[in-house]
Design a protein around this ligand. Structure first.
Ligand code: B12
Length: 488
């Protein structure tokens, strides 16, 4: 049986440069199926043509055009096409790929990832989608493949965490109940099915800061026990936290060094540092490996202390993004529900800088229950943190999150709201505390002030980074400056 996994083209967000990040989820699924001796391929439409921009349904995307994707499906002629839909913004293009697959007479078109996991009913209602996979899918994809491979009458009713259509074409949704207990048992991602040299050549990791072009993402744990109102993580990984052992993590990194000569990696965990003992052990083991690494997915500051930060710095960590979110205690605790004590943040940031780690911060403003003064607090606080750079986004309701549920309950979506067009750089929620115009005017003026002050506070560091990035990738740098400062 032949399976083709497809990472769809990405939607062009106006404040973000094109990024091609290796689709780890598909590489994990492919590894499981290769172990079961199936014939598997992965097509990452983004890396295959990152500079190709095209319009579909009035939206701009980058990556392989649909006709090229159709050609690839026809050439390989798979029994199953599996599309990964990570973002709400790739909903339409992912469904289009399923439609094209059906036209190519593929036996089953399946879809998975955070968005179909959250909006399962919506996706399974599409005639071009046969199955939706909910959340972590290594076990369910293996069970599905065995069922299809066996032939005869198909019975998916025993598979956990999928939606399918019964013999009358009615959708049946089986919510996700079980997660893999020991994630060390999952085989390492099948990176060899992906064009690794192309990723190195383009080198556009999450966060955009890197020391060596030979970098790749890794995942050392799954999930996060925090219940931040805007985060969609629990929907894929459940509410618990599962870790790979330090030995297995180091084994993967050693292999990446040997096979691909990597010089850097990005940890994409939702909460890498939650278990102090494990973090320190991994750092100790990394110390003599002569590698750079970073944490561009936001670090839970509440799970960090001086000892861990020092160990990270000594182990080659050169860049982290601190997930601070708000500079107001009430908002952090009551609105966002993040277990972070604001009083600890400035000292932690100092410590991170002392250990020569380049520091960025994530902030979110515009929660319906937040006031304009509380938003001002966030910008003031961001300046106190001594960050090298920072990102401010509007509170955006991702399906399955508490914020989404609140917006539904209280009818807070703006008139233009469309979950397939969420961009984070435009407000999508209303509030009794401000109008959209007031919110936007405040955020634009405060973020400009933040960026200017940060630049004048540390022109050397920023100029150094600009020159450094210019040498590596002038086009990308110009694009970042343009998107950050001029385009609105
Ligand atoms: C790396 C990353 C990115 C990368 C791109 C990744 C890529 N390969 O293309 C970049 C930096 C570009 C990015 C951008 C954004 N991201 Co992001 N990103 C991530 C991150 C940190 C890791 C993704 C990953 O590799 N996970 C590890 C793998 C193993 O998990 P997985 O892909 O989910 O796959 C598993 C299952 O979902 C399932 N599965 C997945 N695909 C398929 C397909 C099939 C057929 C099947 C059967 C199963 C299946 O099986 C896999 C194995 O169990 C996640 C958070 C996280 N820790 O997962 C957020 C996450 C995916 N991102 C998110 C968001 C919101 C964004 C942005 C909108 C943020 C922004 N404001 O810029 C943008 C959108 C970009 C765009 N153009 O639209 C949200 C998505 C929520 C949603 N429903 O939209 C997440 C979940 C973060 C969160 N906690 O809320 N991101």
């Amino acid at each position: 049986m032949k399976l083709l996994f497809i990472n769809p083209p990405n939607k062009k967000l106006r404040n973000e440069v094109n990024k091609a990040v290796l689709p780890l989820g598909l590489a994990y699924l492919a590894a499981v199926l290769l172990r079961e001796k199936y014939d598997v391929r992965i097509l990452d439409s983004v890396i295959e043509d990152i500079d190709n921009h095209f319009i579909f349904n009035d939206c701009e995307y980058y990556g392989l055009g649909i006709e090229y994707i159709r050609d690839e499906i026809q050439k390989y002629n798979p029994d199953v096409v599996g599309v990964s839909c990570l973002f709400t913004s790739t909903t339409e293009i992912s469904i289009e790929i399923c439609r094209v697959s059906q036209e190519c007479n593929v036996r089953h078109t399946i879809i998975g990832g955070p968005t179909p996991s959250a909006l399962t009913e919506f996706f399974i209602s599409k005639s071009c989608i046969d199955l939706v996979f909910i959340g972590e899918s290594e076990e369910s994809i293996a069970e599905f493949s065995h069922a299809v491979n066996q032939g005869g009458e198909l019975d998916f009713s025993k598979i956990d965490g999928i939606a399918y259509k019964d013999t009358h074409n009615h959708p049946v949704i089986k919510p996700k109940r079980s997660f893999i207990a020991n994630i060390d048992d999952i085989p390492l991602p099948a990176r060899h099915l992906l064009p690794m040299e192309k990723y190195f050549e383009i080198s556009s990791p999450q966060g955009g800061v890197y020391k060596s072009k030979r970098n790749t993402p890794i995942l050392t744990s799954r999930g996060c026990p925090a219940t931040c109102c805007f985060c969609a993580s629990a929907n894929v990984w459940g509410k618990g936290y599962r870790m790979r052992s330090p030995e297995m993590v180091i084994k993967e990194i050693e292999l990446l060094k040997k096979e691909y000569n990597i010089e850097e990696f990005q940890i994409q965990d939702d909460n890498f540092t939650l278990n102090k003992k494990r973090t320190i052990q991994i750092c100790k083991d990394l110390k003599n490996m002569d590698l750079y690494w970073s944490m561009p997915n936001g670090v839970a500051l509440w799970a960090l202390d001086e000892e861990v930060i020092k160990a990270m710095g000594e182990a080659g960590c050169h860049f982290i993004i601190a997930a601070i979110e708000s500079g107001n205690k009430r908002v952090l605790k009551e609105v966002i529900k993040k277990p972070l004590k604001l009083d600890t943040v400035i000292d932690l940031c100092k410590c991170i800088k002392k250990n020569r780690i380049f520091l960025s911060g994530f902030f979110i403003v515009g929660f319906p229950d937040e006031t304009l003064d509380e938003i001002r607090d966030t910008f003031k606080f961001a300046l106190k943190c001594n960050l090298d750079i920072a990102g401010f986004s509007y509170a955006t309701p991702l399906p399955s999150t508490q914020l989404w549920e609140q917006a539904e309950r209280e009818n807070l979506f703006t008139n233009k709201f469309d979950f397939t067009h969420l961009t984070y750089d435009k407000p999508s929620l209303k509030s009794n505390n401000w109008t959209i115009e007031e919110l936007e005017a405040l955020v634009i003026s405060l973020s400009r002030r933040f960026y200017l002050k940060t630049f004048f506070k540390r022109p050397k560091i920023i100029l150094f980074r600009i020159i450094d990035s210019f040498k590596r990738d002038p086009l990308t740098l110009l694009r970042i400056i343009y998107y950050r400062t001029m385009r609105r």
